[in-house]
Design a protein around this ligand. Sequence first.
Ligand SMILES: C[S@@+](CC[C@H](N)C(=O)[O-])C[C@H]1O[C@@H](n2cnc3c(N)ncnc32)[C@H](O)[C@@H]1O
Length: 389
Amino acid sequence: MAASFELFAACQPGLEFLLSRELQALGAEPRSLPGGVAFQGDAALVMRAGLWLGTASHVMLRLGQFPCRALGELQRKAAQLPWRTWLRGSVPLDVRATTKASRIYHTDAAAERVGNAIAEALGTVPPVARPGDEQVARVHVRFRDDVCTLSLDSTGTPLHRRGYRLEGAKAPLREDLAHALVLASGWQPGTALLDPFCGSGTIAIEAAGLALGLAPGRLRPAPLQHLALFDQTAWRAAQALPAPTTAPAPIHAGDRDAGAIAAARANAERAGVADAIEFHEVAIAAQPWLQPGAAPERGALVTNPPFGLRVQKGDRLLPLYQTLGHRAARLGASWRVAILAHDVRLARRTGLMLQAAFTTRHGGLAVTALCGTAEARPARQTPAPDAGE
Ligand SMILES: C[S@@+](CC[C@H](N)C(=O)[O-])C[C@H]1O[C@@H](n2cnc3c(N)ncnc32)[C@H](O)[C@@H]1O
């Protein structure tokens, strides 16, 4: 029987509930914790998770845990672990340590001792990982209250770096955050989706991947590929999971900036979803689906308008948010809306029926996903201009 590990999928704080749902869909029994989700499984599940999770940034395997108060003890106990079943001696090794409230406080010494233990167990000294190495065995040593936990990072480059977004636009959204916004919006893949402020196209590209049944990690190297834990049969099974659908997904992405549209198109090409997205170089006021009666019957408007700090400043954006609200209300109650906002009060000035779905951080700013239906809020619920949020 394949070895089972304690696993931890890390995510941006605030996204845990979405990640938990994704893991459930992969057959795991998730337990949400701050900053991620714990679950249990074998190397096959690690591969499935690395390939299919859209909101995670790393998947870690716990290799061992033991009480430890001295460096000699650390090396001796670590060398007893079955490193040969996990790692390969030819793959560069990177050991990192953190310690808190423990007799072993010297992180470099702890990392060195674990490196020695691994070399002893493998019968060879693995090369030291250098910056830029693509394939690295990354082992984390964590001391808390004299208990040492050893974990393996199955991910390497964070999972949100999908590999398609080489062309940036102003203030691009992280791919995992765009994915989370699409999931939180309540959009049903196969129905219409519109991002009228698409920038480099991240939201539309993540949605198109969902609509076509494509794995978020499809352009990345296979998880664990360079380690002894890798299992070719399990990897093939992971890739085959849901049958990709070829059903047309009506997705529109607009931006008034020609450079943004060019970048979004190039990113969508690389992601293999360009045929599923229609790009429009157009300002929100002229967005085709936001003209009276022009939109498909059902869908979701999912967007990340200029924040007011990174792109433009403060109150000057009020007319833009009011236009967004006015145009979006034309879509009606059969459309969902999700707006990622830094200034929640400004986003409320759209006048739409919106509720906070999650709050996280993006580029050093607190951002909130406001979700609801594309209907104007009844007048009596409109908050006073200075209502605090
Ligand atoms: C925060 S960025 C969107 C970033 C995008 N989510 C991404 O991942 O790259 C906001 C975008 O809104 C566009 N924009 C600003 N005012 C607009 C308007 N009136 N109509 C359409 N697009 C506009 C900007 O050109 C910018 O690309």
